[in-house]
Design a protein around this ligand. Sequence first.
Ligand code: PAF
Length: 285
Amino acid sequence: MKIINTKYQALDQLFKSRIEGKTIGLIPTMGALHEGHLNLVEKSKYHSDVTVVSIFVNPTQFNNPEDLEKYPRTVEEDLKLLEGKGVDYVFLPEVNEMYPQPAKLKMDFGALETILEGASRPGHFNGVGIVVSKLFHIINPDYAYFGQKDLQQVAIIRQMVNDLSFSVNLVVVPTVREEDGLAMSSRNRRLNITERKKALVLYESMVLAKNELLAGRSWFELKDKIQHKFNQVDGVKLEYFELVETETLNMVANQGIKDFGQEQKYSLCTAAFVGDVRLIDNLPI
Ligand code: PAF
């Protein structure tokens, strides 16, 4: 496994693979790797001839400086895990390499960035769009692998790829969960034992809501019930709990949704603070 730190090294190292006609798979990450990331690596190893994992904690997507500072950084451990999975290259740039000057360009994703994560974290998706487009330019992958856990991020990147004609195929991989249902996330490392137990309310609420929606309960009534469930867990603060159309992320406001026939047409999306750790999750219906 080779470690690449600059864009010129990336160009140089990947050149040979490219002229040999090999396909390149990229898994963009911010490190603190877990089973979810390793699952993306496995998908890439299966699909692509060469697998590149990027590890870069991107400052421009954090709207809260404390969140950036506390974001877990475990590079040594990450490299061992990636080596064990047979990854070919790790792109591990410094901030100056990715941002030789502060990015002035702004990406506007329209309605998509005014809801859910976009509403809660102003500027977040601009930062994601900028860094992912830099990674796509630097690595020039044939395939890029993203987890479904970041449903809105996937929609944003899909829009960016279409609007800017990137020639990369996006591969979206279902969320990997702990045995009790908690979605794997780098942020879970920041939860203490008590918070870890409390964090389960996100998944349990989505399962409850899914079952009740399928049984015909109105969304309007259900939202109150879910808020109540969160209120009962001390130290957990619900930020949003929404029902959206999976494709467009348009919120479903009405009470009488009956059309659950089409697979994964809708998704429940939630975000909550557990202590001072902000977690997100979603569940397709
Ligand atoms: O999902 C993440 O870890 C990040 O948002 C990404 C895609 C690596 C961009 O920094």
